[in-house]
Design a protein around this ligand. Structure first.
Ligand code: NAP
Length: 497
């Protein structure tokens, strides 16, 4: 993949569209382009396989906390999910089947990491450079990087001096046998509550360092029966109806998130009941009880997390971690916890999803500088100053209550129309008008003020250091679908010629 492959003129790109990332978003975009008859596109994927988050997160117990029936493309239901909530290997296998079915492999450059994409204003195209030194030009760039792709490892003093094994949940060390080891887990988020129950029975001792207790609700998980599989295969309308039912039930849950945070109290009661049933020790329950409104941080679902914390040899430590030494972890009470392995379940840089130097727009401006005050876009997709660039799962498209695939499909339809409009207009570039971006963001930030994420009394990874919520969509998902339904070229400045 080098520019010299191009046999076209200087202003003609090597490909019409370059997509960054072969996860759910990038693949959905590729399928949409193919369905609309476009073949001039390439997906750059830094990993050796497709799947994005569902390829790289392979920690024990990794599974989806969105019901299986809703966690697939709407045009590609899977009749064979084994459980109500799918485990990671099945979701990854589903993605691979989509790659095969839509014959996407010829369009994907695996092991190809984008180093920099720079917009060439004169030519109206993106010049891409990969880490391997290849170059490529594209009229349109689609950033489908995901917003949970850069692991966050806290800068704890002494971290690099640790002489045992340490790794982040996203880089699970499969060569590290935890049997009989003294293990520290830092963090109690969505990933940790899935892998802690898996490792607790085999380790020698487990210390879970909890900074903020999460709200944990029962997970209505169960195996899908043979009869259901038969039914879904032979009468797909049944699965579609169930999917629709789940979608609308979850949409109702948006109300307490975005309009009536106080209504979360009923779910808090459920969470406390769940804890009482599973944690007999009242001192441990006290440590595990959150003091903020449910929903302010991501709600977690698990039936085995609390029981795993009650096992002999498992300790929950709530004193803050202050230092890491060659032999373990020190907490603010001065206690030294000797451990052989440290696992960081400390999440991702969600409010800082694009590294500096990766995307350079008009006037040589790095997107990191444009997002100084926190990432923002129009419809989570287009950014003023960055012509012909569209994000999938960009700023303020995350959800607390439903499936991201619904949001992905909404954005993909919008971007597919943008690509068509660019071509139909015979234009060099489309650049979002600053006013459109400003008005849109003022509106959603106003709406966000009333949501549980800003009124719930917590500090979460949803918030940028500036205090703005830059990650979540403050509405129903059907409202996002309605807003992305039509691409309006009048929102953009069109450069022709
Ligand atoms: P996370 O939810 O952000 O949790 C990170 C944890 O690390 C939190 O408990 C945090 O505490 C703690 N932490 C961070 N820095 C710390 C420090 N210096 N000292 C002590 N504790 C520290 O990360 P995650 O569990 O990897 O999950 C990230 C996101 O991935 C989820 O929220 C979810 O959106 C997604 N996910 C989804 C699924 C799914 O099924 N769909 C599954 C797994 C993950 P504080 O709470 O105090 O900040």
């Amino acid at each position: 993949m080098t520019a010299s492959h191009s046999t076209q003129g200087p202003d003609k790109p090597d490909v019409e569209t370059a997509i960054i990332g072969a996860g759910f978003g990038g693949l959905c975009m590729a399928i949409a382009l193919k369905k609309s008859g476009r073949r001039s596109f390439v997906i750059l994927e830094k990993e050796a396989d497709a799947g994005g988050t569902w390829l790289v997160n392979r920690y024990p117990g990794c599974a989806c906390d969105v019901p299986s029936h809703l966690y697939s493309y709407s045009f590609e239901l899977n009749a064979n999910w084994s459980r109500a909530y799918s485990p990671q290997p099945e979701i990854h296998a589903y993605v691979q089947r989509c790659v095969d079915k839509y014959d996407l492999a010829p369009h994907i450059r695996f092991n190809t990491e984008l180093e920099q994409a720079q917009f060439d204003e004169a030519a109206g195209l993106w010049r891409l450079q990969t880490a391997g030194g290849d170059t490529l030009t594209a009229r349109t760039l689609v950033g489908a990087l995901g917003f949970l792709n850069l692991p966050a490892i806290p800068d704890i003093p002494g971290r690099d001096t640790f002489e045992g094994t340490s790794f982040h949940s996203r880089y699970w060390n499969e060569d590290c046998d935890l049997t009989g080891k003294r293990v520290a887990v830092i963090g109690t988020g969505a990933s940790a509550i899935q892998f802690v129950p898996q490792i607790a029975p085999k380790v020698g001792a487990l210390t879970v360092f909890q900074r903020t207790p999460p709200w944990v609700l029962p997970k209505p998980d169960r195996p899908v029966t043979g009869f259901e599989h038969w039914l879904f295969r032979h009468v797909p309308a049944v699965q579609r109806a169930i999917r629709g039912g789940i979608y609308w039930a979850l949409e109702c849950l948006a109300i307490p998130f975005i309009r009536r945070p106080k209504a979360m109290r009923m779910f808090e009661r459920l969470g406390k009941w769940h804890m009482r049933r599973q944690v007999p020790d009242s001192a441990l329950r006290e440590k595990l009880t959150p003091s903020y409104r449910l929903g302010c941080k991501r709600i977690l679902f698990s039936n085995d997390y609390y029981p795993s914390l009650t096992k002999p040899g498992v300790e929950v430590v709530t004193d803050a971690v202050t230092e890491i030494t060659p032999a373990g972890v020190v907490t603010e009470d001065g206690r030294h916890h000797d451990v052989d392995v440290i696992i960081y379940g400390t999440g991702f840089k969600a409010t800082d999803p694009v590294p500096r130097g990766l995307i350079i727009g008009s006037g040589n401006r790095d997107i990191v500088d444009a997002w100084d005050d926190g990432p923002e876009a129009y419809l989570g997709t287009a950014v003023s100053g960055f012509p012909n660039l569209f994000f999938i799962i960009g700023p303020n498209t995350g959800l607390g209550h439903s499936s991201m695939i619904f949001m992905i499909e909404s954005q993909v339809a919008y971007i597919a129309e943008a690509v068509a409009s660019l071509q139909n207009a015979g234009a060099r570039s489309l650049e979002l008008k600053p006013k459109v971006q400003q008005r849109y963001n003022e509106d959603i930030q106003k709406k966000l003020k009333k949501t549980v994420w800003l009124t719930g009394g917590c500090r979460s990874w949803y918030l940028h250091p500036s205090g703005k919520n830059v990650t979540l969509w403050p509405g129903f998902t059907w409202q996002f679908r309605r807003r992305t339904r039509r691409f309006s070229i009048s929102d953009y400045t069109v450069s022709s010629g």
